[in-house]
Design a protein around this ligand. Structure first.
Ligand SMILES: [Zn+2]
Length: 173
């Protein structure tokens, strides 16, 4: 939540930046119904600008540039998405004994409980890089139809496909 002051009626508001749709430029003040201009910025930009300096509310979108994993199912069941977080993400089959950070609730026993790792790191510019590796899984990991080698780490790109067990995951930004 970030505190915002309406530039029109000066009412103090709290905005949940996680709920703002991407690309939003305006939102309506709940008090005076005037449009409040907003601008989504990176952390670096926020160091340069002072939000008191203009009438535009400057908001950093959290996790901008961090991808997600989508579980692709073959039937007409729901498609699940799992947002990734900065740092180490471990993905595997849901189980009480699993140390994974992302649990997939599945009957696919060929998926290990901690099957793959995706490390999310800042890339030094304004984005993030996503490093995929197999986590010594029993049945290995297919990345875009190739098995990942032991100790191999690859950088994920938008729409890459990862197969763990019989389950197909898609990485997307
Ligand atoms: Zn207002």
């Amino acid at each position: 939540m970030i505190p915002v002051r309406c530039p029109h009626c000066h009412v103090g508001l709290k905005v949940d930046e996680k709920k703002l749709p991407a690309g939003i430029r305006l939102f309506k003040c709940p008090s005076c119904k005037e449009a409040i201009p907003i601008s989504l910025l990176t952390e670096e930009d926020l160091c340069v600008f002072d939000s008191d300096f203009s009438d535009t509310v400057l908001i950093r979108q959290p996790n901008a540039g961090i991808g997600k994993i989508t579980l692709l199912t073959d039937g007409d069941t729901n498609i699940h998405s799992f947002p990734l977080h900065e740092g180490m993400n471990v993905i595997g089959r849901k189980s009480a004994a699993s140390q994974a950070t992302i649990h997939i609730d599945t009957g696919d026993k060929s998926m290990s409980r901690e099957h793959i790792r995706i490390e999310v790191k800042k890339d030094g510019k304004q984005g993030y890089k996503h490093y995929l590796s197999d986590n010594n899984s029993k049945n290995r990991t297919l990345y875009n139809s190739n098995y990942l080698g032991e100790g191999e780490t690859i950088v994920l790109n938008d729409k890459d496909e990862i197969v763990i067990g019989h389950t197909v995951l898609q990485f997307s930004l």
